[in-house]
Design a protein around this ligand. Structure first.
Ligand SMILES: *Cc1c(COP(=O)(O)O)cnc(C)c1O
Length: 428
């Protein structure tokens, strides 16, 4: 037995499913999860001493590679002043100022401790601001584990949501309406059927959570227009795309300004941090400025703020990071496409900047139904073929890969070769 296997056996007796977040358990690809001991730059190392090239990067935060020195130093410097005060600090002001400078739509911002907290708070604010109860989300978009977001669609676009998880009440499900991603007509139908009842439309402006799925031309603009016309708040969940697709996230890249934005992952530099922000008149409803309650004992934690600030300062001051991420993404995806051709496969790759997914299907993937048409057992075999060759992918077809600038050209070539060999192995 490997050390990872031993740890997993013990973990299963102590932690539900042996993990503290479900996708880590490798259930979607089979096999035993790797227990990670350390990581540096582009590499992650497990408890058995195996080293892998990273294409998950903690699901996004390690955009500059693991244990990036300025972030590490900021944390070391901060801990000597104690770890938490539960009182305001200078760093929170600096953080808020930096975020409002970097993210186009954000005039005021509140720090929280995770992406889940950010999205839960954002819809409460939207409801408090508009005085309406219902929200619209899109099938296959993930917004954390808040009750309102664990709703799958019925068969039709205008179907009332049914809970996706036991423990979510019918009443909560009834307030969450769902539409297929990229389907503006379905959204219009929901709006017609629920006139003056929709507080917010929330979406990932580029989806990472059904695999990488891009908004089609006109989709984001169409949503923006519908929201403006009907007094609905448009919420971009940029927990994945924020500070990744551009310094100012997808909203900068696509030139669309949402009313509220949720952030996480990169914003903490690897520490547990989230944030939500937007128009000042909307954010002013948040307690204690206004009546919508939201709080957090550890929110704006000084160690977490130090890590996040070091990360965001670096990204803000180094636009070449984004140029390099585009280069790395283009180079890898070109190599992956060549690999598919060599293996005689016509599978779909969705790609934007430093996010991409190889879908095991020949169909284009523009929504969740299409993503679900993938050959999942084949993806499982591909995942393990890549792992065997030292490349650590997300252990599910329904995830995007996240690139970091720590990937050198040599490593990119190595990953491309691993992909070619893995594809030949699984079809052979
Ligand atoms: C990861 C994620 C979340 C949830 O963030 P947590 O920090 O895991 O709670 C919310 N929205 C999106 C788009 C995410 O990718």
């Amino acid at each position: 037995m490997t050390t990872s296997e031993q740890l997993f056996e013990k973990a299963k007796t102590l932690i539900p499913g042996g993990v503290n977040s479900p996708v880590r358990a490798f259930r979607a690809v089979g096999g035993n999860p790797l227990f990670i001991k350390s990581a540096k730059g582009p590499y992650i190392t497990d408890e058995d001493g195996n080293q892998y090239i990273e294409l998950i990067n903690s699901w996004g935060p390690m955009i500059l590679g693991h244990a990036f020195e300025p972030v590490e130093k900021a944390v070391r410097d901060a801990i000597q002043y104690s770890f938490s005060f539960g009182a305001p600090t200078r760093k929170e002001v600096e953080m808020a100022e930096l975020i409002t400078q970097m993210v186009p739509s954000v005039e005021k911002v509140r720090m929280v401790n995770s992406g889940t907290e950010a999205t839960m708070a954002a819809i409460r604010v939207a409801r408090g601001f508009t005085g309406r109860d219902k929200i619209i989300k899109f099938e296959g978009c993930y917004h954390g584990h808040g009750d309102s977001f664990l709703i799958a669609a019925g068969s039709g676009a205008v179907t009332m949501g049914t809970p996706d998880s036991p423990g979510v009440t019918k009443a909560t499900a009834a307030d969450t309406l769902t539409a297929p991603y990229n389907d503006l007509a379905a959204v219009e139908a929901l709006l017609d059927a629920n006139h003056n009842q929709i507080a917010a439309i929330i979406l990932e402006p580029v989806v990472g959570n059904m695999g990488c799925v891009l908004p089609e031309a006109g989709f984001l603009t169409g949503l923006r227009e519908l929201c403006t016309k009907q007094g609905i708040l448009l919420i971009f969940d940029e927990v994945m795309t924020g500070f990744r697709l551009a310094k100012g996230g997808a909203q900068e890249r696509f030139g669309i300004t949402p009313d509220l934005t949720t952030m996480g992952k990169i914003i903490g530099g690897g520490m547990p941090v989230g944030a939500y922000g937007g128009r000042a008149d909307i954010m002013n409803v948040v307690s204690p400025a206004g009546p919508v309650y939201q709080a957090g004992t550890l929110s704006g934690n000084p160690i977490a703020m130090s890590a996040g600030l070091a990360m965001l300062h670096h990204l803000n001051a180094h636009p070449e990071v984004y140029t390099r991420l585009e280069e790395i993404g283009d180079k890898l995806v070109t190599g992956f496409r060549n690999g598919l051709v060599k293996a005689g496969l016509n599978y779909t790759i969705n790609h934007i900047g430093s996010m991409f997914t190889l879908f095991m299907t020949e169909r284009p993937v523009t929504n969740f139904t299409e993503a679900k048409s993938c050959d999942l057992p084949l993806f499982g075999r591909y995942f393990h073929a890549m792992l065997k060759r030292g490349v650590y992918l997300a252990p599910s077809q329904f995830e995007s890969l996240f690139l970091s600038v720590a990937l050198t050209d040599d490593l990119i070539d190595q990953i491309i070769r691993a992909n070619e060999e893995s594809l030949l192995e699984i079809v052979g």
